[in-house]
Design a protein around this ligand. Structure first.
Ligand code: BF8
Ligand code: SF4
Length: 626
């Protein structure tokens, strides 16, 4: 039985009552204070990139002081937004490269998947013979780091794409060069007095997005697998009920697995567990929020307490000893909120420093000591709980997660009855698609956003797709929405059409496959590339679409840009502040199709959005005659 959104909301309301008792603020209250939003901002027609402004476009004032019109202002804002997202994902990827560089046989970080490291080294033309695995790790990591600033050439991983895709990127001049260069060029182009031509600004947005998806994010994913293991199917649980009242609860939140992996390691240490018992708890429970949760769920089966808009809820349970964060998507609200409870809000990265937090600087050289200190601080805090404030909603679902590309290929080997003898490829999946047993696939990604009733769009879209025999691959907060609802439980096969249900039974998979965090959308790109190569089709011909119905962050726009640039139509439930320019809106929803064979659809009515996606998948099938 699925958990309904009404049930989530009732549980949240109960937690907000506790919050009210202690005078806590909440996003639900802040949304009210911020509504209605500024119309200029919403339409993207406010410019404050130079101090002659800020300028706002109105019918009476159609140009800013410098003469820039709405199209230029919206375009520059869109490019800056993308650059923010590309920088963020790629800097996360860079941190992982550094962690790989620091790995050592006797160090804090080890190489858990040496085969993958060797595969990547060979792909990059690095000599592997006669080298110790850590020597190779250093060399590969250093080569990866060079991708950020190399003066010539394009990203190494672009070669993973089908030749037709690479040709498009070359021809359209959007093949990404050094990652940092694409971010810097974006900021240069969107400086006062540079580009105000929508075509140029969108082209650079696509290029910066590609430097993220096929550059920084892909390195983040691949090297996380090398360090922490390539995910395989594993059972876990999701929603606030994974927190355990009798235990010390540590919640990890953010994105970089270098921190969360180490916390999990130390929370599992018998010495730490014994200490927790000494302090009156029965044990230690680590659970997660946001993408770092996806990382440790995929590799260790660590339960997922919730997604983006549930981050305050974990503190409101009154049973969270420490919420430990690294970077991205962390509400500054957690500082003051924690002060209303006994919770320790521990920041660990110089990139994300916040008021009212305890800063324990984490780095790869001292990771072990840092993690130990954090776990100990959480245990020491157990005694400070206020029992009258403790309430953990009795709400959780089972989920099977861990579907990396390698895992998907493996579980689908041999699901078809026909003559598919090439195991270890995507051919069995293609066979399911061409025969129509599966109609297509939707990559469901992205955040929650209070503009959309949280999780509803994710869940309703997925339910309708699977009922129509469309398989879902999910990542980020979308994946967690699915897991909380029960859509990643294998029994969710009963909600599928007959074809997809049969595939779920034969392969023993849920109909919604958890592919990881947001940097792991690069896994989805690799899967699409493999499908295209194995079928001899172009990526844009595959009955596959992308969807971010509740997106909110700059990272999501960067992702959208690389997904579209890879030839995959992308459906958004929230407008990326471009409605103030007809030229920008037309370009993104239509014009770019002439460049990259895919475009955006923006539709805030979620029912319509899902119908449009299904329609697009069926159109693609029809064009292929399948
Ligand atoms: O990178 S889906 S709210 S947690 S931005 Fe953030 Fe959005 Fe969640 Fe992960 Ni992605
Ligand atoms: Fe105004 Fe032009 Fe300056 Fe923007 S760049 S604030 S539109 S003068």
């Amino acid at each position: 039985k699925l958990t309904t959104v009404e049930e989530f909301e009732a549980a949240t309301d109960r937690l907000l009552e506790t919050g009210a008792k202690v005078g806590a603020d909440s996003w639900q209250l802040r949304v009210k204070n911020q509504t209605p939003h500024c119309k200029f901002g919403e339409q993207g027609i406010c410019c404050r990139i130079c101090s002659m402004g800020p300028c706002r476009i109105t019918p009476k004032a159609p140009r800013g002081i410098c003469g820039c019109d709405a199209h230029g202002i919206v375009g520059r804002n869109y490019l800056k937004f993308t650059a923010g997202g590309a920088a963020t994902h790629s800097d996360h990827g860079r941190e992982i490269c550094h962690t790989l560089y620091e790995s050592a046989a006797d160090g804090n970080y080890k190489v858990k998947d040496p085969d993958k490291l060797i595969r990547i080294a060979k792909e990059w033309g690095i000599e592997t013979e006669g080298k110790d695995i850590y020597e190779l790790a250093h060399e590969v990591a250093e080569t990866g780091l060079m991708e950020y600033g190399k003066p010539f050439g394009t990203q190494r991983f672009l070669k993973r794409a089908p030749q037709t895709t690479q040709d498009i990127w070359e021809k359209e001049e959007i093949a990404p060069r050094a990652i940092d260069r694409e971010v810097a060029t974006s900021l240069h182009m969107s400086h006062m007095g540079c580009s105000s031509l929508p075509e140029a600004l969108v082209r650079q947005s696509l290029r910066a997005g590609l430097s993220d998806g096929w550059g920084g994010s892909m390195m983040g994913t691949e090297f996380s697998d090398v360090l922490f293991g390539t995910p395989k199917p594993i059972d876990t649980e999701a929603n606030l009920g994974v927190m355990v009242e009798e235990n010390v609860n540590i919640v990890v939140h953010g994105h970089d697995p270098s921190l969360s992996e180490m916390i999990c390691e130390y929370a599992d240490d018998p010495e730490m567990i014994a200490y927790a018992k000494e302090m009156g708890a029965k044990g230690i429970t680590v659970s997660g929020v946001c993408c770092t949760s996806n990382e440790v769920a995929m590799r260790r089966g660590i339960p997922m307490a919730g997604n983006f808009l549930q981050q305050e809820n974990v503190v409101l349970t009154g049973a969270c000893e420490a919420i430990v964060v690294d970077v991205q998507c962390i509400f500054p609200a957690l500082g003051p909120l924690s002060k209303c409870f006994h919770t320790k809000f521990i920041t660990t990265s110089p990139i994300a420093q916040m008021p009212d937090s305890e800063f324990i600087r984490f780095n790869s050289k001292t990771a072990g000591e840092n993690a130990k200190a954090i776990v100990k601080a959480a245990i020491d805090n157990f005694k400070n709980r206020k029992p009258e404030l403790v309430h953990i909603p009795d709400m959780k679902q089972k989920a099977t997660v861990g579907y990396s590309v390698e895992a998907i290929v493996k579980v689908l080997d041999g699901v078809t009855n026909t003559q598919v003898d090439e195991t270890g490829t995507t051919k069995p999946l293609l066979e399911c698609i061409t025969s129509g047993v599966i109609r297509g696939a939707v990559a469901m990604v992205g955040c929650n956003n209070p503009k959309i009733r949280p999780d509803t769009a994710h869940i309703e879209l997925m339910k309708k797709c699977i009922a129509n025999d469309i398989i879902i691959i999910a990542s980020g907060c979308s994946a967690q929405a699915a897991a909380k609802a029960g859509l990643m439980d294998k029994s969710a096969k009963d909600l599928c059409g007959a074809g997809l249900k049969r595939v779920c039974e034969l392969a023993d998979i849920p109909p919604v496959l958890h592919m990881g965090s947001c940097v792991d959308i690069s896994r989805m790109m690799i899967l699409a590339a493999e499908l295209a190569k194995d079928s001899g089709l172009k990526i844009s011909q595959l009955p596959v679409v992308g969807c971010a119905p509740e997106w909110m962050s700059e990272k999501a726009v960067s992702i959208g840009n690389y997904v579209v640039s890879t030839g995959i139509d992308t459906f958004l439930g929230v407008d990326p502040y471009v409605s103030g320019s007809s030229e920008m809106a037309e370009l993104l929803t239509g014009g770019i199709r002439d460049w990259v064979e895919a475009a955006y659809t923006v539709e805030t009515d979620i029912e319509k959005l899902v119908d449009l996606m299904i329609e697009r998948i069926e159109e693609k099938r029809e064009a292929l005659g399948i």
